[in-house]
Ligand binder design. Structure first.
Ligand code: ARG
Length: 471
């Protein structure tokens, strides 16, 4: 018999049970469900909606249920439909009809919204911690490579030399924006829906602020209809997670390219690569590839949720149950990706010689020659043309810019003086780009101090909110 079975003549078809159940995946919300029920039943007694003794009996029993689930001694059955029903059934089995008082002034509609918000708040905090761990590895790799020069690319063609730290730090700032987006989605999630009941509120004199306070919510929802059917907070989180995966995927792609024999800029640690079942020589960057591949699934989860919401009439509809698998899968995937990619980066070794060599070839400092002429008064467009010709001559003669003598340079343009002979040096080129946000070491140092400030702010935020989520 279902807890809601009163008006039914027949029992539920097996296939319907199988189709409608959410228990297999929403049982991961049991902690939140129980914490929410305890706060609710405490409030019911405080407001004299139920007697204090009944509230106490329910609290004790429900805590027992908590321990049973935690110890994997709880018997779930598919007929329970969802985690809320499973716990309520067990409660009534334990304490008899008095257990049925728990659901006073509450509906599963506001209950599931509550559980999901509590769960997501906790997960966002955890995720923010993982983002910070990742950022820390990026900073320490950048610090190790404050001297290392690499070619910078546009269109995957060597463009201008860079410090490797500059390249790494680019990802630090992407992740800072990710952190910020997660933080915003936390704020959107941090609203108490409980007390909205099924859709219209309740006639019982409930105290929603009390529950918000018990459960660490900063706000109480304003409109019960909106509250039971709002999943914006999930969508916002899925979008933030999707964008973060885009960043991780770009980084993964670079690691894949850099670890090819053609580039050979990095060597991934044996512990973070896999072999081929047929080609004995191979060492494959599967971690990075899967980080890139899983990004598709995380995007898909966002699209799935946007599509579920499209055209849903107010208020609660069972469609909303579809929010959980997308959400849980995204949380699991992003957490795992952050952790594993972080240790891939931490353990990889960097072929600084290979990078330095690549940063010397292919006329990579040609822009510097043009800038030199510009500083002597030549319009940039003309300088571009002059240096283009210089490069063409070099290609024809089969030599690099560094092989040019002052005489060669003067032949092309008389504005070149002896100091122009240094223009082929990639380090000089890097150090000259000292504009705000540029690649010179002065700018890198500014970026480091900015990064330290950001990390301190992130840490402060995290510490402030750690105590506010259910563990
Ligand atoms: N399992 C449901 C969900 O995930 C809980 C709410 C069910 N409400 C209802 N009226 N059937 O959304």
């Amino acid at each position: 018999m279902k807890l809601w079975g009163g008006r039914f003549h027949k029992s539920t078809d097996k296939l319907v049970e199988e189709f409608t159940t959410s228990l297999s995946f929403d049982k991961r919300l049991f902690k939140e469900d129980i914490a929410g029920s305890i706060a609710h039943v405490k409030m019911l007694a405080k407001q004299a909606i139920i007697p204090q003794e009944d509230s106490d009996i329910i609290q004790t029993a429900i805590q027992e249920i908590y321990r049973e689930i935690e110890a994997e001694q709880f018997a779930f059955n598919i007929g329970d439909e969802d985690i809320h029903m499973a716990i309520e059934r067990a409660l009534i089995e334990k304490v008899g009809p008095v257990g049925g008082k728990l659901h006073t002034a509450r509906s599963r509609n506001d209950q599931i919204a509550l559980d999901t918000r509590m769960y997501l708040k906790k997960e966002i905090i955890e995720l923010c911690g993982l983002v910070m761990d990742f950022q820390e590895v990026i900073i320490s790799k950048s610090r190790e490579h404050i001297e290392t020069i690499i070619p910078g690319y546009t269109h995957m063609q060597r463009a201008q030399p860079l410090l490797l730290s500059h390249h790494f730090l680019a990802y630090f700032f992407m992740l800072q924006r990710d952190f910020y987006r997660l933080f915003n989605s936390y704020r959107e999630t941090d609203v108490l829906p409980l007390g909205s009941a099924a859709l219209a509120g309740t006639s019982f004199p409930i105290d929603r602020r009390y529950i918000a306070n018990e459960l660490g919510f900063s706000r109480v929802s304003e409109n019960s209809l909106d509250s039971v059917s709002d999943r914006d907070f999930i969508i916002q989180f899925l979008a933030a997670a999707g964008l973060m995966m885009a960043h991780l995927s770009r980084l993964a792609e670079e690691l894949i390219i850099w670890s090819t024999q053609e580039f050979n800029f990095i060597v991934m640690d044996d512990s973070h690569t896999t072999g081929s079942s047929i080609m004995p020589q191979k060492k494959n960057p599967d971690v990075a590839e899967l980080a890139r591949g899983k990004t598709g699934r995380v995007y898909g989860n966002l699209m799935a949720m946007l599509t579920v919401m499209k055209g849903l009439p107010l208020s609660y509809n069972r469609d909303l149950q579809e929010d959980k698998e997308s959400l849980f899968d995204t949380i699991d995937t992003v957490k795992l990706t952050l952790s594993v990619l972080r240790s891939t980066i931490k353990t990889m070794s960097i072929n600084t010689d290979k990078m330095a060599k690549a940063a010397q070839a292919d006329f990579i400092t040609a822009t510097d020659y043009a800038d030199y002429l510009v500083k002597k008064g030549m319009p940039f467009r003309v300088a571009h043309e002059v240096v283009g010709e210089l490069v063409k001559n070099c290609i024809d003669a089969g030599k690099n810019l560094s092989a040019l003598s002052l005489e060669d340079l003067k032949k092309i343009n008389n504005l070149f003086d002896a100091d122009a002979l240094e223009l082929a040096d990639p380090r000089r080129s890097v150090e000259s780009r000292d504009s705000e946000g540029g690649t010179a070491s002065t700018s890198i140092n500014r970026q480091f101090s900015q990064a330290a400030k950001i990390m301190a702010d992130e840490k402060k935020w995290l510490e402030k909110h750690l105590g506010k989520v259910q563990k």
